[in-house]
Design a protein around this ligand. Sequence first.
Ligand SMILES: C[S@@+](CC[C@H](N)C(=O)[O-])C[C@H]1O[C@@H](n2cnc3c(N)ncnc32)[C@H](O)[C@@H]1O
Length: 184
Amino acid sequence: MSQVTLPHDAKAGPTKPEVRAVTLDKLGLRPTDHFVDVGSCTGSVTIEAARRAERVTAVERKPKRLDVTRKNLGANDYDADVTLREAEAPEGLPADADAMFVGGSRNFEAVLDHAVETGVDRVVMNVSRVEPAGDAIEAFRERDLLSEVVQLQVSHGYELAGATSFRSNNPVYVVVGRRGAEGL
Ligand SMILES: C[S@@+](CC[C@H](N)C(=O)[O-])C[C@H]1O[C@@H](n2cnc3c(N)ncnc32)[C@H](O)[C@@H]1O
């Protein structure tokens, strides 16, 4: 399968490929799944999911960014039935999702409530700042969703004076939830 290509940019930028790889692994998408991407922005996660799941709903509050999702989807191959919704979640969330990625953190507690109420099986939320990460972990725990927290620190090599040095990205906290999880 070809790499995800993102010819259209959005201010918030995509979830980085290495972080997407771990995120998608933790979501454990199945061919029959309905996946929902909260805060689709560039569509990078939407596209990856649309290659794995049967149905995908992408929800994005900013119309210009939803347009970027649409255009980047158009530049990639995928098999899923994809629905795009301009809404601020929990508004616009489907009631029959199996797996959910929370890439946009507005109203995340209400989004998690919706996930619990509608029986979403797997929920992953990515957070890059420490205090919001703590809030997210606590919110998952309170809802019996908390299964795992992974801190990712990705560095890319570059040539420096004839040798290889590394430039590091900010750490990302991947909060992994499963319905009825027993906690950490
Ligand atoms: C960090 S970006 C997500 C990046 C995305 N995963 C990608 O690869 O391009 C966060 C996005 O979520 C959107 N957002 C934040 N809270 C939201 C909500 N409650 N509902 C819908 N969109 C939301 C923002 O407008 C922004 O575009």
